[in-house]
Write a protein that binds this ligand. Structure first.
Ligand code: CS2
Length: 442
């Protein structure tokens, strides 16, 4: 049985890559199975082990809903407990593909796109004094794997532009530091675009699936819409994913940029603007006419920056997004999306801003998304973020809103070659109007 190993056994993986693999297994004479790797938590492995690693997936769409039993996983490993087992599995020639959902921060990237050698987690991993990072685990597994001359495809499924290329760069940097030898003749890192809205599991999720006859501590809810575009660059065998609706493409960039700059950018704007205005869920924020107008403005601005291939369908894409965001049964929490903004802002918003500034085009609405994030912190709200403490200190350091803006802007602008004065002016337009502060409309 050919295998896939997946690093980051979260809801998104269980609703997306797992779902595509289970669907395409209907067409395989030798079906694929997945070994999930939970980076830290062992409770999910303990709970799912008792039921053969199966779990219910509730799929919700405007045309109704269904709950599927997912049975494609054969095992779950816990990296924090036994990293060597993960390294061994990556090196096992039965594993043909490694997929990853480790979130933006899992890549430990520096602003120049390489591995951040100043990151504590990376330093501890390299010194052997802390838990291995996902990048460290993968680099060690790949070195052992290459020594066996057995080819392997490594697919990043995180929301980052050119995620395959970035992953390869961080793996190469880590390997160099750790003196691991990789042979790229046996490896490939295709770029991908992944999409399926998948909220975190709550007590309500458990009740929702229980009402439909499924008992599980770890059920998943996802929207019916799902998309996966993978660059046609495989080093080894792969499932017939295209039979389950996956697009295997020569160039992923048009899809990836459209998704990041339209879907994810709007999500971030709705998260910060929505939380400030007292909403909890995406469907509430998008039905707030005030926010909806700003989101539409953002989409128009982002669409203009897209490559021709995806620009032509941007209007239809916007209409679909409005429908997808508006589904109340998804209960997609804004808090979930608000996390890790320092990393998300750069790839979702600042890249559009930069493109538009270069072309001398208005940046009013894409700036609003950035301003909403600044205002979120300035107004004393809180979310998990790698720079959370630094942001909170900056906010506490001065009562002068403009001064605080200036410092935060300085922190995240790095590497984007934005015109800082123009950006500051554009942001001030939103914050001066007190758009996003507690004082006014929000
Ligand atoms: C969201 C994404 O949490 C977030 O930041 O924007 O997880 C989004 O739901 C997915 O990318 C949809 O495919």
């Amino acid at each position: 049985m050919p295998k896939i190993l997946h690093l980051g056994f979260g809801n998104f993986h269980r609703a997306h890559q797992a779902w595509y693999t289970q669907q395409s297994n209907q067409f395989e004479s030798d079906p694929w199975s997945i070994i999930g790797v939970s980076m830290v938590r062992s409770d999910i492995r303990d709970s799912l082990q008792a039921v053969g690693f199966s779990y219910p997936l509730a799929i919700i769409g405007t045309e109704g809903e269904e709950t599927k039993s997912m049975t494609v996983h054969e095992n779950v490993l816990v990296a924090s407990e036994d990293p060597e087992a993960v390294i061994e599995a990556i090196a096992d020639p039965c594993v043909k593909i490694v997929t990853l959902t480790i979130t933006e921060k899992g890549y430990h990237q520096s602003p120049d796109g390489g591995l951040d050698l100043l990151s504590d987690a990376v330093i501890r991993d390299l010194d052997g004094k802390g838990p291995m990072t996902a990048i460290g685990l993968l680099a060690r597994g790949l070195a052992t794997r290459c020594a066996k001359s057995a080819p392997l495809t490594v697919i990043s499924c995180d929301n980052l532009p050119e995620n395959g290329r970035r992953l390869r760069k961080t793996i190469d940097d880590f390997s160099r530091q750790a003196e691991l030898v990789l042979n790229h003749q046996f490896l490939s890192f295709p770029n991908t675009m992944v999409d399926r809205i998948t909220p975190a599991t709550t007590e309500e999720t458990k009740a929702f699936v229980a009402e439909r006859g499924h008992t599980s501590q770890f059920p998943v809810i996802a929207e019916r819409f799902s998309e996966w575009v993978i660059e046609d660059n495989f080093a080894a065998e792969r499932p017939q994913w295209e039979k389950a609706g996956v697009t295997i493409a020569k160039n992923v960039a048009p899809f990836e940029l459209r998704k990041l700059r339209m879907l994810n950018a709007a999500h971030s704007l709705l998260a910060y603007g929505g939380l400030i205005r007292g909403h909890d869920y995406v469907h509430q924020a998008i039905s707030d006419p005030y926010l909806k107008d700003i989101v539409t403005g953002l989409w128009d601005e982002a669409a203009e920056t897209l490559p021709k291939e995806s620009r032509v369908s941007a209007d239809a894409y916007q209409r679909d997004l409005l429908e997808r965001f508006a589904q109340p049964a998804m209960k997609h929490e804004l808090r979930q999306i608000a996390s890790d903004g320092t990393l998300k802002m750069q790839v979702r918003i600042l890249s559009t801003l930069q493109e538009r500034q270069k072309r001398g085009r208005s940046v009013k609405f894409c700036t609003s998304a950035f301003a909403s994030w600044l205002a979120f912190w300035i107004s004393g709200k809180d979310a998990p973020d790698p720079k959370r403490l630094a942001l909170m200190e900056t906010v506490a350091s001065s009562n002068n809103e403009e001064e605080v803006q200036k410092r935060i802007l300085g922190d995240v602008e790095g590497g984007h070659a934005l015109d800082p004065l123009a950006l500051r002016d554009a942001v001030s337009e939103w914050l001066d109007l007190s758009f996003f502060t507690k004082k006014t409309k929000f």
